[in-house]
Design a binder for this molecule. Structure first.
Ligand SMILES: [Zn+2]
Length: 335
């Protein structure tokens, strides 16, 4: 087995078998959290089905024209349908358009393939439209969906797919991979493995995007400052946030999601749970904060953050959402 993917052995074995002639089904659903490698696996499957020079049955070379075009997402028989930038949903028109393509005979491949990442963002209309393709698939059609969880899709969709559920690797497995295969320093490998919670894609994005890592660190520094500031400084902070460039909904969402990882760590320390911390480089601060706040209050803070994310998503005024959250934070001022 030579798929060169970290972890997911069961899923790889399964798809490796399904890539052999006569074994392929019409629809697959790959689920798991963001950054766990769902799309990488889907593309590997496409390569296994189309490689011009496979080292063994169900394998792929990664070098032939088909393999390269699939990697670059410009293979003529592979259509990838995503949520359009600036939009939140996958729309019914996108599915209908895809269905016209799916009905055509493939150019060169045994299959006309369509990959739809994050199908949990499909509207009800789009989901119902897709059902038609699953109920009566064109003969050489192959659909691959990904989603955060099977439960986020209509049951009638999930039940018509071969479902593969991906889980994050263990932190130590990812840490060794980042150190030995990606050649990161031991300290960075450890930090990113924890930060990514074992999700290889997430670790690699943090590694290749220093701005993202800086923004993450800055968000945690801001939170530390806020916990030591009174009302007036907190309101001034919201004011400054408002003036940053970029849409506030996305920025605030990132801030709140980052803060949430800190509070989860605080809860883990407070409860003495044997779960790896996400922010391993902040261990001391997490420990100190956990000493100062009782569990019940940490629970409330966690809930406030989760609600804030839901409210942002539900189109509530972003400024109000973040202001309420920040004003409700405890004041830990030591001096
Ligand atoms: Zn190949």
């Amino acid at each position: 087995m030579q798929w060169n993917i970290l972890g997911h052995e069961t899923a790889i074995n399964f798809l490796n078998n399904h890539a052999k002639p006569g074994k392929t089904r019409h629809a697959y659903l790959i689920t798991g959290p963001d950054g766990v490698g769902r799309e990488t696996l889907a593309l590997a499957f496409a390569k296994a089905l189309n490689c011009q020079n496979p080292p063994a049955e169900g394998e792929f070379c990664g070098k032939c024209l088909a393999c390269r075009q699939i990697d670059e997402q410009r293979y003529p028989d592979l259509l990838i349908v995503r949520v359009v930038e600036g939009s939140k949903d996958l729309k019914i028109d996108q599915i209908r358009e895809m269905q016209q393509t799916l009905a055509l005979a493939p150019y060169q491949s045994p299959f006309r393939m369509v990959l739809i990442p994050d199908f949990q963002h499909a509207t009800i209309g789009a989901s119902n439209a897709l059902l038609k393709s699953l109920e009566e698939p064109p003969s050489r059609a192959l659909l691959i969906l990904t989603a955060d969880a099977k439960e986020s899709l209509l049951e009638t969709i999930a039940s018509r797919c071969e479902v593969l559920r991906l889980r994050p690797s263990s932190i130590t497995t990812l840490e060794s991979y980042l150190r030995d295969e990606i050649a990161l320093s031991p300290a960075r490998a450890k930090r990113l493995a924890h930060l990514a919670g074992g999700r290889v894609g997430t670790a690699l994005s943090f590694n290749s995007d220093q701005d993202l890592l800086d923004a993450y660190d800055e968000a945690l520094t801001d939170l530390g400052d806020l916990l030591n500031s009174r009302l007036r400084e907190r309101l001034q902070y919201v004011e400054r946030l408002q003036q940053r460039k970029g849409t506030s909904r996305e920025q605030f969402g990132f801030l709140i999601a980052t803060w949430l990882t800190f509070w989860r760590d605080v809860m883990i320390r407070r409860e003495g749970a044997d779960i790896p911390l996400v922010n391993i480089d902040q261990e001391q601060r997490i420990f100190e904060t956990a000493q100062l706040i009782p569990s019940r209050q940490i629970e409330k803070i966690l809930k406030d953050h989760e609600n804030a994310l839901v409210n942002l998503d539900a189109n509530l005024n972003p400024r109000l959402v973040i202001e309420n959250l920040i004003l409700a934070l405890p004041l830990l001022m030591v001096a």
